[in-house]
Design a protein around this ligand. Sequence first.
Ligand code: ZN
Length: 359
Amino acid sequence: MAVSRAMHPEKLLNACALKGLHVLGTGDALHPAWQEEWKPFLSNSQGICVIPTGEIEDDHRVHHLILAEDFGQFDQLRDLLSQNSRSIGTNGRPHVFLSGEAIAQRVHEVGALIGPAHAFTPWTALFAYHDSVAGCYGKESINFMELGLSADSSYGAGIPDLSDVPFLTNSDAHSPLPEKIGREFNKIQVSGNLTPRNLLNCISAGTITMNAGFFPEEGKYNRTACVRCFTQYSVEDAGRYNWRCPADNGLIKKGVYDRARELSHGTPRQRPPYLHLIPLGQIIQTIEGVSSPQTKKCREIYNEFITTFGNEIDILISTPLSEIRMVHNGVADAIAALRENHVILHPGGGGKYGTFSLL
Ligand SMILES: [Zn+2]
């Protein structure tokens, strides 16, 4: 449900190689059939470290992200939660009739990690329903927090509750297209071999050296806006209208930008650098002035870049502009603008992604 039909381990692994990613979360690891699909690919020819991951929805509709060392931990977790869920073996992201605290206890019991998924999203997320971490997790600790596409580290840096919590920037991709997978990623310092156990240890220890992803304004819930017509409002105006859009009576959803500001107090804590990126496919689409990165022309240009330079992240971050220029002049100008932060953002809100133009 809710994902592309093309979601298959082999396609996902190939997409990781194109992007330049070395680690991939499986998603939906509680689902027995999805586990079976993954098992032949846990060690793979692309050399990618596969981490079993999954989401659970709790009794307040908060989504939790779980990272485990192996599928066995998810099997144990499924057993522990089965009497509190009607959808645990059948739904990729099951609903469990337990509090965040009770779920976190069980996750820790099996040796896995837990943190809020897309924490700032105005629904099905921690800060949609709770003003504090303890409000959801009680006495249980969280091992990380996933920021979500509409936030960057600065949104959480001033929230006192989060001062010791590492931030993760994950894509939550529902499709293996290169504009979706790896649109956000983490750079993590790993001591020893790249294994799921080592990686989990590094995440809890907070050895994340860089977060990368969307400009938060690109996210679809960045600003406070009507979910029907996407008109954006200030929090004051939204309150005056009782959170109903005067144009069409649609629900006005508080944006991540406003939510983070109201939760932040005091001096923001220092966080690893956050690199704002735009997927190469979207850059090519913008330069070509077409409606999708999937047009034949855009795909041809994208493929030429990958054939020439190996992977997308290198192209966006480190390939010399003079070399990029030899493949495509306009794209070189755009990547130069991105690297210099010369980007004009038109923030998203109410469920509509933001857009950008490059100077
Ligand atoms: Zn409206």
